[in-house]
Design a binder for this molecule. Sequence first.
Ligand code: SDX
Length: 394
Amino acid sequence: TTGMCTFDPGFTSTGACQSQITFIDGKKGVLVYRGYSIDDLAEKGDFIDATYLLLHGELPTKSQREKFNFELTHHSLVHEQLIKFFQGFKHDAHPMAIMVGVVGALAAFYSDSADIGNPAERMRSCLRLIAKMPTLAAIAYKTSIGQPIVYPRNDLSYSENFLHMLFAVPTETYKIDPELARALEIILVLHMDHEQNASTSTVRTAGSSQANPFACIASGIAALWGPAHGGANEAVLRMLEVIGHVENIPDALERAKDKNDPFRLMGFGHRVYKTYDPRAKIMRSVCHGVLKAAKKENDPLLKIALELERIATSDEYFIKRGLYPNVDFYSGITLRAMGIPVSMYTVLFAVARTVGWVSQWKEMAEDPVPRISRPRQMYLGVMQRGFVSVESRG
Ligand code: SDX
């Protein structure tokens, strides 16, 4: 059971969801996509490899890679009418609020890929969502800073395109830094899928009612936004800034231990990992690499993060509770060094996690015995009571 409800996504009588996509061992700190370790995929693979693997179950051959990349590239534009939606948001709207709205609105544009029972339409929805997320994310960012939007280019890789759409301006040629593009590839792979986390469970639950796939992914974006989940990367950076300016590390750690204090050590702890999140280790080395390339090795926030990690991981309170850095702990510092604004951190997480969401949605839709998710509960309320008229209610 999770909290007050017995989580049964309606797929099995055991109350647990069955999947062949991602395996996590929370005690050993192991994360595997379709049998391949996250370490191998991050180090030796790339976005296309990992995305194809999650969707299709196998690493792509050279020709499969080329075809898949062509398909994704040729779905990266969004309908021109949809671009008008962005003008309707307040200038300071949070990009995650925008993404929830515009991704849900895709349902109004692509009715030729909404039939969950049609394999070709299912795959078209998956490709459209994966391909369009960076475009929508970049439009949300450009609109928020009053810059003209930048269209995707078919000659660029997924990560290069994302950086180009975020940072290119009409007044000069944007030079793509290959090291930055590679770092982004790894970050996207690390964030792609993670078994039945809150947002993926939300997508599966929404999808189990055979709702429109674009609306299902919008529900996943909404769930990811919370600071206890994907919103933690933004919260970590703000926490490090507070510690850097107001709080010292020992006091911050004492506050984190105090149940009555709302202060939480963001980027620490995990529902499943009770040891180091394997993605955090890779994230930390990507962080060092990006800071070095950006000549920001002396980033004060990195120093605080490293010191916080050193002290907390040798503190009885955290060790006893299995609280270690998770994927969000170093991602904020890395993204900041890449020039990505804090407000876009969780959006980037959503871009990456869309691959896992659509892969798990597709797996659920392919279930030969589709059943609606219907979690049960432990009822702790009052049972039968006789009705009392308003006159005699005191
Ligand atoms: C993600 O599920 C996924 O897979 C998510 C994710 C993914 O890829 O989809 O991995 C992405 O969401 C990572 C998590 C990002 N969130 C944060 O970094 C926010 C800070 N972390 C905490 O809010 C917390 O650790 C959670 C929400 C992640 C987990 O909270 P739980 O379920 O309460 O953790 P727990 O049951 O293991 O807690 C054990 C104890 C509790 O204290 P006791 O009641 O036993 O005394 O540790 C405490 C908790 O109160 N605790 C913390 C803490 N996290 C847990 N105390 C201080 N600081 C923290 N960060």
